[in-house]
Structure formats: structure tokens, C-alpha cells
Write a protein that binds this ligand. Sequence first.
Ligand SMILES: C[S@@+](CC[C@H](N)C(=O)[O-])C[C@H]1O[C@@H](n2cnc3c(N)ncnc32)[C@H](O)[C@@H]1O
Length: 234
Amino acid sequence: MDRIDILQRIAEALNARRYLEIGVSKGETFFPLRIARKVAVDPSPRLSWRKRLRKCFTNPRNFFNTYHFLTSDDFFARVPPPSGGFDLVFIDGLHTYEQALRDTLNALKVLKPGGVIALHDCNPPHGPAALPAASYEAAAAAKAPGWTGEWCGDVWKAIVHLRAGETALEVAVLDCDYGVGLVRRGATQAPLKLDIAGLKTWDYAKLAAGRRELLNLKPPAYLEEWLRVLKKIN
Ligand SMILES: C[S@@+](CC[C@H](N)C(=O)[O-])C[C@H]1O[C@@H](n2cnc3c(N)ncnc32)[C@H](O)[C@@H]1O
């Protein structure tokens, strides 16, 4: 199972009509999704107009897409949300703790009641993939021993923060495709009792020692259970 399967299953469970993706790049996730109205946000996407047009013929929903070539911060500050909000938001922009957290908190403000936020790259497979850096290029340039070209950054800390924070959220991470985080409003499941003040300085060893608890890491099959509850709420 990958992020595209997961997002499509959630969209179907929610009967989603409005989807927002932060960080779209080449549109590998964005274009295949079968959702009526999709909004793409990326300051430097790899999407020519030719490609955008071509994708309309492989998936006609893409005729109705909207593109914002902006950072997520600019998007949330400048672009009014659709009336009623988004059903589903996918966060896959800048892979830093602070940005992923800010994107999630901003997404909560434009999320429909009962809506879902998903985050990519929440479960880095090894230390070099979890390197905190301001961009992929900066992470690669660090030439960390064991670097494989995979980069999740420290998005995982945003998950820990949300699990230990005060906002009542249900947060879990599916153990597939570099960790797909699922967030919805509700009572926090097994909330983490820890002081998040020093979280920024935590290193990968902390995650490796306790990832199941820190991330509320679940096998991919847990999605079925999660969707059952989602359908009951909506
Ligand atoms: C990993 S790629 C996205 C991949 C895509 N979601 C997919 O599933 O195929 C990350 C993207 O985030 C974009 N990005 C970087 N900083 C950003 C920001 N502040 N706001 C929004 N997008 C950002 C980059 O330009 C890049 O295209």
C-alpha cells in the first residue's frame, strides 16, 4: 500500500469533493487521485502546462484542478479556503519539523468537520533519511555517511508534537511508504506524556528507540479500522 492508495481510500470513505495537496512536485500523487476538485500548492513544482493538459485526458477530474505556485505559508495567508473547507489535505512540502507542524495547524483551520489530514514521510527508515535540513539539496549536500538519496527530514517530530500537544487529535502513522501520518479531530489516542520543549534537538536515535509509541505506528491493515471509525463519524 502506498500514499496514493491510502488517500484514495480515505477520499472514498469521506465522499470527498475537495482535496488540497501541499508540495506536489511532479504530481505523482496529485494527478491519479479521483476527487472532484483538487488544489495543488508548490512554489517550484515540476509541472509544465503540457503535462497538466495531458493528465486531463488520463483522469478527467484534472480538468477542474487549481494550481498555486506559492509556498504553503503564502497559500494559507493569501488564498481563501473553499466554502465549507477541504475534506482531505495531504502535506508533503518542506520536510522540516516546524514547517510540517505549521502546515498541519493551518490545514486544521481549513478542514471540514470530520475531515482528514495526511502527512508523508513520517517514519524515516534510517538516520541519514531523517537528517534535519532546509531542503532536499541541503540534506544531500551534507554527504552524511549512509546517505541513500531518501529524505524524510524531521517531519516525524511534527507527529510527536501533535501526539503530545494540547489539541485533541487522533494521530497515527501507517508503516508503509516512509510513514503516512493520519490526523483527524478527536480524543488523542494514548497521548504522549512528554515535554516537547526540547523536541527540535532530538536525534534519530530517540525515534529509533521508541518509534511505535512516539508515532503511534500501525501496520498498513490498520487503515481498515481507521476508515470504519471515520465512516461512523461522518
Ligand atoms: C517530496 S516533493 C512532493 C511529492 C509529491 N507530493 C508526491 O507525492 O509525488 C516535495 C515538494 O515540496 C515542495 N516544497 C518545498 N517547500 C515548500 C513549501 N514551503 N510549501 C509548499 N511546497 C514546498 C517542493 O518544491 C517539492 O516539489
